[in-house]
Every structure is written in structure tokens, then in C-alpha cells.
Design a protein around this ligand. Structure first.
Ligand code: A2R
Length: 311
């Protein structure tokens, strides 16, 4: 399999490149001119807002499968920069779809990465959320990803393109940006242990319930969907068991000997937060055999280890 990872310099990209390479794929990956790809592959620079560059790259690489990861991927940033988020996540994705549609190679499979946040303000009692549940996004990032998915479905129907769509729920692991909760908590703990931060953890909404999967499990799911996913289908990817953010905090604190107090930080509260998001993951399990294998405790331990080693 020849794979092209668009957005290969991001958190997930590095893990996906390694997953694909270790499964024997020839891997090409893109990053912005300002970025660098750390994982072992053939690197290319690409801005997805330049459609002619996407077309040229597809002609050069002739991939069997494209994983579209490039995105403005932060909910927090999407509140502050809605136009930029829409430009990259919607216009950028349409550029990728159009470039694949126009490509000379006709048997390219496209894996479009969306988010569990697309479900948004869900009905009481609707968890675990199956893929047929209506989408009701609660933030700008989620709305742009729902839009990406709807447009992808149109390309499947109108142009018979081979597209598999993903709604990935929260994923985490070593090297994730500390704007995401597990990484944020672990970094703060590591800084307190090193004495470079006072022994006071700043936290946001601890009662929200989210479903966390290790990034190494998530990229294995992406590879399996490239191999076995059904074209035109949407797949939830997650553990299938949401936990309170409080549990993550307690687990992370439990791995440290430092005496740490916890305070709520208004800057860490979201403009709009959804109480519980939890997926039904039976579809991906039925079609590919995938299920999450790495425990959440292991993910937290490894992420804390990452920050302890890199400060
Ligand atoms: O924003 P940057 O400088 O970190 O670059 C991100 C890159 N990116 C772009 N690539 C090409 N053309 C653009 N116009 C453009 N704008 C941003 O996409 C970053 O290197 C990459 C996305 O990586 P992360 O932000 O680290 O996201 P992560 O966690 O790897 O998630 C991958 C996918 C995304 O589609 C998420 O929405 C989804 O999984 O959950």
C-alpha cells in the first residue's frame, strides 16, 4: 500500500506514519513549510488551501490511500479564530476532495478524519451514540468537521468516490499539545515536580464526561479502516466508555508524590460545554475487528513520562 498522510507533522500524523510504515506501507506525508515531519517517511510540504499543489502532489505520489489529517484541530482556538478554522477545515477539505476527484489515478481511497464532537448537544439517553444519531455540533470546530463529513458524503454519492469517514472521539498520548486535557494535567504535574511551577493545578470543568482512547490505538483503527472499512460509511472511533475529567485528574495526581492543590481556572472553562459524549463503537469492531487495547491509566502514565522527560 502506498499511503499519503496530509497533515503529517501533527500529533496524530507522527503516530500514523509509524503505524503505516510498520505494517509495510510506503509512506509519504505532508507538512506546512513552517513545520517538520519527525517520523520516518518521504516528506513533502503542502498547504491545503492551495488546491493546485494538492493535485500536483497526488500526481507525483500516486497514492492508494490518502489520510486527511490536516486541520485546525483545537476547539478552544476555534472559538477565537472561527474564520480560520472554517477555511482550513472546510475549504481545505473541499480542496482535498476536488484534487482526488480530478486525479488521473481513479482508485484512491480517502480517509476523512472527523470528530466525536460533531454529535454536540445530544438528546438525553442517546449515549452510547451510534453513527445514525443526528449531528448537533456545539462548537465551531465540531461544526466545521460535520460540514467536512457532509460534503464528503455528497462526493461519495455524486461521484462514486471511495471515501471512509471517521468520527474520532478524544484521543491522547505522549507528545500531544498541552492545550488538550490529559497533556495539560500531565505537563502541570511534571512542572510542579521540577519546581518550575507552584504546587497548584489549574483545571477547567471537571464534571464533563468524555471518551478517551490512546493515540496508538486510534492510528491502528485508521490503518484498519484503510484496509477493511466500507466505502461511504462513517465510523465512530473510541473506547466506548466515557469518564469524568475528574477521574483523569485523580489518576494523573495518583502517579505523583508531589503535594498538589487543585483550583478552577475560568480561562480553562469552555464557552459552551456538553455534559457527556460517549460512542457506540460496534460498527468499526464489526467491520475491522478493532477495539481499544491500551488502558487509559497507561496513556496517562506514558504522557506524564513524556513531560517528565522533555521539560
Ligand atoms: O496548525 P499547525 O501549524 O500545527 O499545522 C497543522 C496542520 N495544518 C495544515 N496543514 C496543511 N495546510 C493547512 N492549511 C494547515 N493548517 C493546519 O494540520 C498540524 O500540523 C496538522 C493537524 O495536526 P494537529 O493539530 O496536531 O491535530 P491532531 O491532533 O494530529 O489531529 C489530526 C486530525 C485532525 O483532523 C483533527 O481534527 C482530528 O484528527 O481529530
Amino acid at each position: 500500500m502506498k499511503a499519503l498522510v496530509i497533515g503529517g507533522a501533527g500529533f496524530v500524523g507522527a503516530y500514523l506514519i509509524r503505524e503505516l510504515a510498520s505494517a509495510g506501507a510506503e509512506v509519504h506525508a505532508t507538512c506546512l513549510p513552517s513545520e517538520k515531519i519527525t517520523a520516518d517517511c518521504t516528506p513533502h510540504t503542502l498547504d491545503i488551501l492551495r488546491i493546485e499543489d494538492i493535485s500536483a502532489l497526488i500526481a507525483e505520489v500516486a497514492p492508494d490511500v490518502i489520510f486527511h489529517l490536516a486541520a485546525q484541530s483545537s476547539v478552544a482556538i476555534s472559538w477565537k479564530k472561527p474564520q480560520l478554522t472554517a477555511e482550513i477545515n472546510v475549504i481545505g477539505s473541499i480542496n482535498v476532495l476536488e484534487a482526488v476527484r480530478a486525479a488521473e489515478k481513479k482508485d484512491i481511497r480517502l480517509i476523512m478524519i472527523g470528530t466525536g464532537e460533531e454529535y454536540g448537544f445530544i438528546r438525553d439517553g442517546s449515549c452510547p451514540l451510534s453513527e445514525s444519531e443526528p449531528l448537533n455540533p456545539g462548537n465551531i470546530y465540531a461544526a466545521t468537521k460535520a460540514c467536512q463529513e457532509m460534503i464528503s458524503r455528497i462526493y461519495v454519492r455524486a461521484y462514486k468516490m471511495d471515501i471512509v469517514m471517521v468520527r474520532a472521539f478524544n484521543h491522547s498520548g505522549p507528545a500531544q499539545s498541552d492545550i488538550f486535557v490529559i497533556s495539560d494535567f500531565c505537563r502541570q504535574i511534571a512542572e510542579i515536580e521540577k519546581g518550575i511551577r507552584p504546587p497548584e493545578m489549574k483545571v477547567g470543568n471537571l464534571s464533563a464526561m468524555r471518551d478517551f482512547t490512546d493515540v496508538r490505538d486510534v492510528v491502528r483503527a485508521y490503518r484498519l479502516l484503510a484496509e477493511k472499512g466500507v466505502s461511504g460509511r462513517v465510523y465512530n472511533i473510541g473506547r466506548g466508555k466515557a469518564v469524568e475529567i475528574q477521574y483523569i485528574l485523580d489518576t494523573a495526581l495518583g502517579f505523583s508524590d508531589a503535594a498538589i492543590t487543585v483550583t478552577q481556572d475560568p480561562a480553562r472553562m469552555r464557552a459552551s460545554d456538553i455534559p457527556i459524549i460517549e460512542p457506540d463503537v460496534s460498527q468499526i469492531h464489526a467491520d475491522t475487528g478493532w477495539q481499544a487495547e491500551i488502558t487509559m491509566e497507561q496513556t496517562i502514565r506514558d504522557t506524564l513520562g513524556y513531560w517528565r522527560g522533555s521539560l
